[in-house]
Design a protein around this ligand. Sequence first.
Ligand SMILES: [Fe+2]
Length: 334
Amino acid sequence: MRDISYLTDNYDEKIAEINKFDAPLNFVFITDQHNRMNEFSVAENRVPGMTEFEYAVDAINSIQYILDRCPKISMVINGGDMGNDYNPDPQEIIKSHKEVMEALYNLSVPVHTCIGNHDNALGPCTDEGRDNRDYVILPERMHELCMKYNPTPDNYYYIDLEEQNFRFVFLDVSDGRYNQDKNGQYQGWMYEISNKQAAWFETEALNTDRKIIVFCHGPVSNKGIYGTENYPQGIKPYDDLINGPRVHYAMVNNKNVVCHIAGHVHYDNLLYDDGILTVTTQSSLAWAWCPACPERKCKAITETAFDVFSIKDNVVKITRFGAGEDRVGCLQRL
Ligand SMILES: [Fe+2]
């Protein structure tokens, strides 16, 4: 294991704050590792001026330092976009995914994953005109890779936290149609919740008296959300999640949904969507895509960015490890 003291040497103060707050519900949210992408970009000279890169597993390994000192953190939630789907070698892509998942599963608490839009590896290879059959990570394989704690055969699920009276719902945005055209090709980029998943969300996932937090790789509604790229515009037109409006409608009309947490936009947003505390977390990938992002530096604390969420009554303290700031939100609907 590489030396990660350049990260963990900065953690003690934050850990003390988390323990002092003493919330009954605490979890880590880490997202958008895009593991090995910066390494690839440096090797291939894809980003002018980029000379350094991080290893996603260093930040993941550093989470154990926090877990060892914060016994009330009960799980890690991985927001998706794990690996480097830009690598032309499909074996390297899957290796980059596995590296992240193995490091996550080495942690001492359960890890729940929301699959991201990069994770099925269909986007870049299709853009490049390659035979995407060689690349596609089909839902069954994805399930083996990152659904260890999912009790269902699908790639979306929920868990109930009986003691804290919460339900956590984990959505899957790579849930489109995996049919092939006459040349055997799958579609390219996918950012979709299937009708089946949306119906499950409405009738099963939301069917509880517990308070619900909905986790999804990307926010189900882009209204009021800033991020992804093309500064200063932010949201790309193709950032609209298929079936997002349907899922969003169900969320705002179910008063038990108190919070929605996502990644994908590589930016820190905190807003109230019809009273639902909606939070996005900066990418753990060391990349400041615009001047409004916190600066990132490799082999320094700002190499990574992830949060510990601590929920006590209607207060949500969001403690940042790495680049960016601590935040606090309110569960208005409680
Ligand atoms: Fe994404």
